[in-house]
Design a protein around this ligand. Sequence first.
Ligand SMILES: C[S@@+](CC[C@H](N)C(=O)[O-])C[C@H]1O[C@@H](n2cnc3c(N)ncnc32)[C@H](O)[C@@H]1O
Length: 286
Amino acid sequence: MYDRKKSKLISPLKRTLVGFLAVSKQIRDGSDILLYMRTGKTFLYRVRRGAVFHTHKGFLKMDRIIGHSFGSYLRSSTGYLFTALQPRPIDYALHLPRIGQIVYPPNMGLIAVYTGLRPGYVVVEGGTGSGALTIFLASLVQPDGKVYTYEVRPDVQAVAQRNVRRAGIPEETVVFKLADITKGIEERDVDLVVLDIPNPWDAIPHAYEALTPGGFFACVLPTINQVERCVEQLRNAGFVAVEAVECLVRTYDVKPGATRPRTRMIGHSAYLVFARKAGVGVVEAS
Ligand SMILES: C[S@@+](CC[C@H](N)C(=O)[O-])C[C@H]1O[C@@H](n2cnc3c(N)ncnc32)[C@H](O)[C@@H]1O
C-alpha cells in the first residue's frame, strides 16, 4: 500500500548525490552531452572513454572531451565547431524513441505552472506513453517526490521504462503501473493527477478520490469536443477552478534588419484542462 510518509524519506547520502549530479559542470566518462550545431540540429550522446562519434561534419574523439566543462566548443576532424551542452530533461524526451504522440514541450511548461509542480509532489499520471511527460514530471518532483504512471500496453510501458532510466531519473522516483487508470487509482493524498488518455472523464471520479483536498487535476486533450465533456464532468464531480487553455508558440528568425516570425509554426497541439479538488466539507464561516 502506498505510504506518503515513507515516500518522503530520503537519506542524506542520496540527497548529496542527487544535488551533486544536478550541479555537475564537468563532462565525465558516462556523461550525456547534447551536441549542438549552429543549424539548431542536436545529437544526444553518452560519452565513453575510447569512443568516437561520427557525424556528417567529421568525427569527435570522446577521450579529448572528458574532463572539460559543459559549454565547451568541440572541433571535429573537419574543423566544424560543435558545442557540448548539458542535456535538459526535455532533451531526453525529444531524442529518445517514442511510440505515438508525446506531450508538446510548451504544454509541459504550462502543466508545471498551473499545478505548482515542485519537489516533493506525489503525482499520478495516465497514460505513460513513451514517458516524455513522465521524465519532465519526475525531473521536477525529485528527489523526494514520486510519479505513479499508469499504462495499459506492456510494449509501450517497456519503451517508457527504458527512456526514463536513460534520462537518469532515480529509479525510486517513478513507479510504473501496468493498469487501466479508468478502472481505479490506488494512491491517496496525491498532489496532482495528470491524464493524457482518450477518455479522461472515465478516470475523473478516481482522480477525485485519489487527490488531496485542493489537489490539482490536469488533462491533455486533442479535440475541443473532449474539452467540453471533460469540463462538464469535472464540474459535476466537485472540482473548482476549472480552466481550459491552449498554448501557441511563435518562433522568430532573428537577423539584423530582417527579424520576423518563422513561416511555419505548430498551429495546434492539444488543449489543456486544469481543475482543483474541492467539496470535502463545509465550514460555517459566518
Ligand atoms: C498519447 S499517449 C501518452 C503520451 C505521454 N503523455 C508522453 O508524453 O509520452 C497515451 C497513452 O495512454 C495509454 N492509455 C490509453 N488509455 C489508457 C488507460 N485507460 N489507462 C492507462 N493508459 C492508457 C495508451 O496506451 C498510450 O500509450
